[in-house]
Design a protein around this ligand. Structure first.
Ligand SMILES: *[C@@H]1O[C@H](CO)[C@@H](O)[C@H](O)[C@H]1NC(C)=O
Ligand SMILES: *[C@@H]1O[C@H](CO)[C@@H](O)[C@H](O)[C@H]1NC(C)=O
Ligand SMILES: *[C@@H]1O[C@H](CO)[C@@H](O)[C@H](O)[C@H]1NC(C)=O
Ligand SMILES: *[C@@H]1O[C@H](CO)[C@@H](O)[C@H](O)[C@H]1NC(C)=O
Ligand SMILES: *[C@@H]1O[C@H](CO)[C@@H](O)[C@H](O)[C@H]1NC(C)=O
Length: 252
């Protein structure tokens, strides 16, 4: 029967098959990982996604405009403010990625984070990055206006196990030569651990449920059987009484 179908129909069926499979989303990642940059920084955007055989092409969009690059790595050398915005990508066998936001600032300092949203217990990692890596001294990190860390040389601030109390608005400042410079403030969000969906009580109930069901069904069976039994017994009794009353009547 397959041999009878015209090739065009087969092709249509085949493509419908691949559509139905549901392609996985491509994923954009940044190398280095920072999504907030200063002018003249370099960054490579990588697109991860499945490729069809013999087609290694990757499509890139910046703020919805298709970029000429078809490489899975998109290199931005010497970033400028106009490289800011939303990047998405797609490979030959993936669907469009979620967007990654890149922000390029014309400033002396920028606060960078491995991630701006994290869960309680995860590592909070901040970095005070200076324009063209100019030496930075007397570095201070602030959370909601309060000084959290001072260092003569180090431009890094990290908390091994962040808690909800580490959420807030952060900025950093320091000296570049004689210049006293500050970064913009950025929000960090540490989310409380989600409570387990199924509470222990419910879990126990779930474990007991099959047993309870079995007990309920057995009880139902037994009582039905008992019911039928007594019903048939009653019927015999009825017959007996009926016969008896009939006899009584005849005797009268
Ligand atoms: C794609 O990017 C990689 C890594 O940057 C590079 O080695 C390769 O030459 C590029 N390929 C093309 C066709 O530009
Ligand atoms: C950025 O890329 C350019 C061009 O490839 C290179 O000359 C420069 O050294 C890079 N800068 C850094 C900080 O890696
Ligand atoms: C950004 O602006 C520069 C000039 O300042 C220009 O050469 C470059 O092509 C622009 N890049 C983008 C992504 O628009
Ligand atoms: C490779 O895949 C891309 C993206 O799906 C597509 O636009 C392009 O036509 C394909 N090229 C070849 C040679 O098949
Ligand atoms: C930078 O200026 C602020 C006031 O804007 C001041 O409080 C701070 O001490 C100065 N930092 C340094 C390292 O001098």
């Amino acid at each position: 029967m397959w041999q009878l179908l015209p090739p065009a129909v087969l092709l249509l069926l085949a493509s419908a098959g691949t559509q139905a499979e549901g392609l996985q989303k491509a994923v954009v990642s940044l190398h280095p990982q920072w999504d907030r940059l200063l002018e003249r920084d370099n960054v490579t955007l990588r697109c991860q996604g499945a490729q069809a055989e013999g087609n290694g092409s990757t499509l890139w969009w910046h703020n919805g405009h298709l970029l000429p690059s078809q490489n899975s790595s998109h290199f931005i050398a010497s970033a400028s403010v106009n490289h800011s915005g939303e990047y998405t990508c797609q490979t030959s066998r993936s669907s469009l990625s979620d967007p990654v936001q890149l922000q390029v600032r014309a400033a002396w300092l920028v606060l960078q984070a491995a991630r701006w949203r994290l869960r309680e217990g995860e590592r909070l990692e901040l970095r005070c990055h200076s324009w063209r890596e100019k030496p930075l001294r007397n570095v201070q990190f602030f959370q909601d206006g309060r000084g959290r860390r001072f260092s003569h040389r180090s431009n890094a601030f990290s908390v091994a196990r962040a808690s909800a109390a580490h959420s807030g608005s952060y900025f950093c400042r320091g000296l570049i030569g004689k210049l006293n410079v500050s970064s913009e403030a950025v929000a960090v969000l540490v989310e409380a651990l989600a409570t387990p969906r199924v509470s222990p009580g419910r879990l126990i109930l779930l474990c007991l449920l099959p047993g309870l069901l079995f007990a309920a069904v057995s009880w139902l069976c037994c009582s039905v059987r008992r019911g039928l039994h007594s019903l048939s017994r009653n019927r015999t009794n009825d017959t007996v009484t009926w016969r008896k009353s009939l006899q009584d009547k005849q005797e009268q």
